[in-house]
Design a protein around this ligand. Sequence first.
Ligand SMILES: [Zn+2]
Length: 318
Amino acid sequence: MDIIIVCHTEFGFVQNKEIIFDKNAIDGVKKGVLNLIKLVDKYEAKATFAVMPEVIKNFPRDITHEIGLHIHPGWVKSGIHQGHQWYVGDSYLKKHCNQSVNSTVLRDYSYNDQLELIKTGKDHIEESFGIVPKSFVAGRWSINNETIKALIKSGITHECSAQPHTKLPHYDWSKLPRICMPYHPSKSDYQQKGNLPLLIVPISQMFPTRSVNPEGIPFVGLSWLKACFLEYYKQDLPLFHICLHSPCMTDKYFISAIENYLKFISKYKNVNFKFASEIKEYRRVEPKTKILPYILSLNRRVIGAYSKKTRVKISGEA
Ligand SMILES: [Zn+2]
């Protein structure tokens, strides 16, 4: 089984186990990237960094992991979250591109606008790192058919924004089954299989829904992410795709949770960590929902909580 870890590289910090995407928090990039590299190197894994153009000046140089492109268009104030408010968008693209609308999602932009945003970002990566990015993640997971066209025109080969079987007002991946392997999209519908020269590499989805992203651990528990890995692994699916944002790698809680997850995954046989751009279309598979790993994980949690309580009681009595 191939495993990819795709890290959206942006500014921010963690407060109460949630990321605040504050543009002044450059450690979200500076330290977050190095901390993730340290961890993936320890487990002989590989990381793909989808880098926002505005963070390039703070991104560590001479890394041995993949650098891809992450585009957040527009410049719009977020709502207030945990007492903080920030701008969604990319200051570098704001300065260097003509954006004819002001929206935080690519699919609201014309083909020409999207092409300019993607090309400008890609050129900036090439000039700064001397490499040609091949992988891409759209800000807020939002793309449309024009995005695919613009990506192909720009030489991007791997699109990693798909959150299968979900739909929000700003994105639509609802036509993909929850467990979805990479596919070449069709020209008329990015959610249908076709023969365009670009591979959509969907993020692995837990049961019943939610991306395999360590930032979800405070809500669902690490055991649920482990169960999802087992659901994929036990039926011999060819790919498991984990995503995360770089600021979470500045926080002890997430660093230790991700380490625990990597340690767990790397124990399994025939697990091959890869860069996103190394992924190719696989043989046809027919994934099925397997509930058992999730039930066992629930069981372990209940038993764990029970034995902890018992231990406390016993030591209290003593
Ligand atoms: Zn992002």
